[in-house]
Design a protein around this ligand. Structure first.
Ligand SMILES: Cc1cc2nc3c(=O)[nH]c(=O)nc-3n(C[C@H](O)[C@H](O)[C@H](O)COP(=O)(O)OP(=O)(O)OC[C@H]3O[C@@H](n4cnc5c(N)ncnc54)[C@H](O)[C@@H]3O)c2cc1C
Length: 402
C-alpha cells in the first residue's frame, strides 16, 4: 500500500515542528512534504535585537531544505495559493500537491491597514518580520546621527505585546549606552487595558512590576490607546493626542494569509483557521491548522481591542497535537490528543537589554491557579541561552526535545 501523503504549509515554528513530528510519530512510514514561502527558518524572538546590531540576519536564520532532507522530508520552496478540500489538492506557485492530510502553519502577516502611515514606506518602523527589522535597523542608525524623542507602540488589535515591551526596554538600554538617555523622551503607547496585560489578561503583580520598570527607566506611557494615524514624525491617537518623534516602532495586529479566506467556512474574518481542540479544522477532518494560523477565541472584550499572543511554545504544542492526531487517523485509531490553547502552560522570557522578566503560568489564559513574573538579569541570560538552544534544536530537526 502506498504511503499516506501529509502536506504542511509553512516551515517556521509550527510547520517545522508539525512536518518533523508527524514523520517521527509514524517512524517515517509516511510521505511528508513541506511547502514554505520562506526557504529559511527565522527565529522571530531575536528580531528585537536586530535593529541595534546585536544580531545580524544570518544569526537568526538557517536554510530549511537541509534540515528537512536529513529527516527524509521533501522541502518545496513555494507559495501556497489555494486549497481544494474536496479534491484534496493544494495549488502553489510551483505546482499542485495532493494530500491525504494537510497542516496549515502559514502564520501571520502584518495588518498595516489598521492605521494610515504604518507599513513599508510609512512613517513608523516595525520589527515583526526580518525585512521590517532590517528597515528598523536602518532607521535606528539614522536616528543615532540625529536623535530626538522616541515612541514605541502596540497598536489596537495587536497581540504580540511581549515584543513591544522587549523593544521598548532595549531602546531604553541602547539610549543609555549611546549617552542619549537624558535628552530623549521615550513614550510607550499600548492598546492594553492596563500595563502588563500582555494580551493574556495579566499575571499577578505584573502591572506593578511593569510600572516600576517604566518609572526606573523614566518612560512615559499611555494605555487603552488606539492609533488614529502616523504622520512623518508624529503619532496621532484616536483621542486626538499627538506625540512627536524622531524614531517610532509600532507592533501592528496580525492576520492570517489571504489565500485561506477563499476556502468557504475555513477561517474567521481575520483569516485564522477555525479549529477544534485536536487542531483539525472545524469543517474538515483532514485539514489541521497550528500556530498563529489557528484561531484562538478571545475570552474578553476590552475598551480598545487587543489580540492574543500565539507564542512559540503553544505553537510547538499545537503542532505536536496535530502530528499525533494525524498519526492516529492514518493508523485508524481514535484521536488521542486534545489540548485547548488557553489550557497550555505559559512560558516566556522578556528581554530588557541587560535585564528582563521570566513569565510562567499554569495556563495561557485565565482562570489560572499559578502565575509568576521573575525579574532580573538572569532573564536576559536565559533569552540568550534559549536562542542558542532553539536554533540548534530546530536546525537539527530535534523537535521531540522540549
Ligand atoms: C518580534 C517578535 C518577537 C517574538 N518573541 C517571541 C518570544 O520571545 N517567545 C515566543 O515564544 N514567541 C515569540 N514570538 C512569537 C513567535 O515568533 C510565533 O509564535 C511563531 O513565529 C509562530 O510560528 P508559526 O509557524 O505559526 O508562524 P510564522 O512564524 O509566521 O511562520 C509562517 C511560515 O509560513 C510561511 N508562509 C506564509 N505564507 C505562506 C504561503 N502562502 N505558502 C507557504 N508558506 C507560507 C512563512 O514563510 C513562514 O515560514 C515573537 C514574534 C515576533 C514577531
Amino acid at each position: 500500500m502506498s504511503k499516506k501523503r501529509v502536506v504542511v504549509l509553512g516551515g517556521n515554528f509550527g510547520g517545522l515542528t508539525a512536518g518533523l513530528a508527524v514523520s517521527h510519530e509514524l517512524h517515517k512510514d509516511v510521505d511528508v512534504t513541506v511547502v514554505s514561502l520562506s526557504d529559511k527558518f527565522v527565529f522571530n524572538p531575536s528580531l528585537i535585537w536586530l535593529p541595534f546590531g546585536k544580531r545580524s540576519p544570518s544569526d537568526l536564520t538557517f536554510s530549511l531544505a537541509p534540515t528537512f532532507e536529513s529527516h527524509g522530508i521533501n522541502f518545496v520552496h513555494g507559495e501556497a495559493k489555494g486549497i481544494d478540500p474536496s479534491a484534496k489538492k493544494v495549488s502553489t506557485s510551483v505546482g499542485e500537491f495532493d494530500y491525504d492530510y494537510l497542516v496549515i502553519a502559514t502564520g501571520y502577516r502584518n495588518n498595516f491597514a489598521i492605521a494610515p502611515g504604518l507599513g513599508p514606506g510609512g512613517n513608523a518602523f516595525t520589527i515583526t518580520t526580518l525585512e521590517d527589522a532590517i528597515q528598523a535597523r536602518e532607521g535606528w542608525r539614522r536616528f543615532l546621527d540625529k536623535p530626538g524623542d522616541v515612541v514605541i507602540a502596540a497598536s489596537q488589535e495587536a497581540g504580540c505585546f511581549g515584543a513591544a515591551y522587549e523593544y521598548l526596554f532595549n531602546v531604553s538600554y541602547r539610549l543609555r549606552k549611546a549617552g542619549l538617555k537624558k535628552q530623549v523622551k521615550l513614550t510607550f503607547v499600548s492598546s492594553e487595558p492596563f500595563l502588563g496585560h500582555f494580551g493574556v489578561g495579566g499575571l499577578p503583580h505584573g502591572e506593578s512590576l511593569i510600572k516600576m520598570f517604566l518609572k526606573k527607566e523614566n518612560i512615559s506611557y499611555l494605555v487603552n490607546s488606539s492609533i488614529d494615524h502616523v504622520d512623518e514624525g508624529r503619532m496621532v491617537l484616536a483621542g486626538g493626542e499627538a506625540l512627536d518623534f524622531a524614531y517610532s516602532m509600532v507592533i501592528p495586529p496580525f492576520v492570517g494569509q489571504d489565500f485561506l479566506h477563499d476556502i468557504p467556512g475555513l477561517t474567521d474574518a481575520k483569516g485564522y483557521v477555525k479549529v477544534r481542540d485536536t487542531y483539525q479544522s472545524e469543517l474538515y477532518d483532514d485539514i489541521y491548522a497550528v500556530g498563529i494560523a489557528a484561531q484562538v477565541p478571545s475570552p474578553w472584550q476590552t475598551a480598545v481591542a487587543v489580540g492574543i499572543p500565539k507564542t512559540g511554545f503553544p505553537t510547538e504544542r499545537m503542532a505536536h497535537v496535530a502530528a499525533r492526531n494525524i498519526a492516529s487517523q492514518i493508523k485508524g485509531e481514535p484521536l488521542k490528543a486534545h489540548e485547548l490553547f488557553g489550557d497550555m502552560p505559559a512560558v516566556c522570557v522578556m528581554d530588557a537589554g541587560n535585564n528582563g522578566v521570566i513569565l510562567l503560568a499554569d495556563k495561557m489564559l485565565p482562570p489560572r491557579e499559578h502565575g509568576v513574573l521573575i525579574p532580573g538579569p538572569q532573564a536576559h541570560a536565559m533569552k540568550l541561552a534559549f536562542e542558542k538552544y532553539f536554533m540548534w534544536k530546530s536546525r537539527h530537526g530535534y523537535v521531540t526535545l522540549p
